[in-house]
Design a binder for this molecule. Structure first.
Ligand SMILES: Cc1ncc(COP(=O)(O)O)c(C=O)c1O
Length: 366
């Protein structure tokens, strides 16, 4: 078959498994009133300012976008206190992560990430022909079980290593690393290695002692921080994310970037979303409060919950996790099985609105 002509490292790739779309479940079960708590989206959606800007942008969609994304980058640079030449826009932060792999990896080089780290890292690495090194996660005895074992990751770095991926917090586990430990790790990474620090859920920190990685960029020139508009900004469907790095790294990412990788609509939506921080804060406030409430309620009902700094919780559902997933589906609640992460006894649940979370809790406890 012609597909067999693809290069070996691509043929052996396991494709990314997305959350089940609402329409698919509607078709399968013929039910409505479905809630999707499966892809860590923000149930409050984007700011009305972003929606209006995207509507206005529709009439410009016959034009190619501004390939430099100047307006959005300028606003981001001002907000983040970095130079415009440090920002690389992506079609979602997923795209920016892939750009980093394309620019810095090739066969013979290695990339280090944690077991249970975000699934895009191994895919992006393997697509380049480089070797992915998955470092065993923290053991069940740890209070951050399933999380990144930073000392073990540091020991996995060798002369062939070119990139280390760190997700803080990580998806699907929700686990996180406190600022001093993470900074000590980054400081000890040798200069021939780029540290890709994925902060897709940065806005959901709440009161937890996580660090804004962008503040470290001046000190660690080999650090690249990834952020997204898909989560707290509620813009997952239009696909905008970005990397913030040393200008020379941004220059390299820009060389492999498709010239028009972020659409006219996405650029307009993201730029306008930055004008409405109150909208983001309100959504984050609910998610952070719900993270505690839902987690406490599940724990008091006997469900083990992994500590989370994101807008989602990883639950230990036991040997019948798949049956529980199916039972929730029949009640119109889509959560995320994580068997593809080799966590077949767990389910990941995105924190929705208070009403949605209550519906999930009632179904879970029934
Ligand atoms: C840790 C992490 N990084 C990156 C992404 C990619 O998000 P996007 O491409 O929508 O910016 C996700 C999405 O789920 C994520 O969980």
């Amino acid at each position: 078959m012609p597909g067999d002509l693809a290069v070996e490292n691509v043929r052996s790739l396991a494709p990314y498994v997305p959350g089940k779309p609402i329409e698919e479940l509607e078709r399968e079960l013929g039910i409505t009133n479905i809630i999707k708590l499966a892809s860590n989206e923000n149930p409050f959606g984007p700011s009305p300012l972003a929606i209006a800007a995207m509507q206005r942008a529709l009439s410009d969609t016959w034009l190619y976008p501004d390939g430099s994304g100047h307006v959005l980058k300028q606003k981001l640079a001002a907000k983040l206190g970095v130079g415009i030449n440090q920002i690389t826009l992506g079609n979602g932060s997923n795209d920016a992560l892939v750009l980093l792999a394309e620019a810095f990896l090739k066969p013979g080089l290695e990339a280090v990430y944690s077991q249970y780290a975000f699934a895009v890292y191994p895919i992006a690495v393997q697509a380049t022909g480089a070797t992915g090194i998955a470092v065993p996660a923290l053991p069940p005895s740890s209070n951050m079980r399933l999380g990144h074992d930073l000392p073990a990751m540091a020991r996995a770095i060798n002369t062939r290593t070119r990139v280390v991926f760190i997700a803080n917090p990580n998806n699907p586990t929700g686990t996180w690393m406190p600022a001093p430990e993470l900074e000590a790790f980054i400081a000890a990474v040798p200069p021939h290695v780029v540290v890709a620090l994925d902060e897709a859920y940065f806005e959901y920190i709440g009161g937890l002692p996580l660090q804004d990685g962008i503040q470290w960029l001046d000190r660690y020139p080999n650090l690249v921080v990834f952020r997204t508009f898909s989560k707290a900004y509620g813009l997952a469907g239009v696909r905008v994310g970005y990397a913030v790095s040393h200008p020379t790294v941004a220059d390299m990412l820009n060389r492999v970037r498709q010239a028009f990788n972020v659409s006219v609509v996405a650029l307009a939506g993201a730029a306008a979303a930055l004008d409405d921080p109150a909208h983001v804060e309100a959504a984050v406030k609910v998610a952070v409060a719900e993270r505690s409430r839902v987690s406490q309620r599940l724990t008091s009902g006997g469900t083990r919950v992994v500590p989370s700094a994101g807008n989602f919780l990883l639950l230990h559902a036991g040997a019948n996790a798949q049956a529980r997933f199916q039972a929730l589906l029949r009640q119109g609640i889509i959560v995320r099985p994580v068997g593809n992460y080799q966590l077949p006894e767990h389910l990941r649940v995105t924190l929705g609105t208070v009403e949605q979370n209550d519906r999930f809790l009632r179904a879970w406890e029934a």
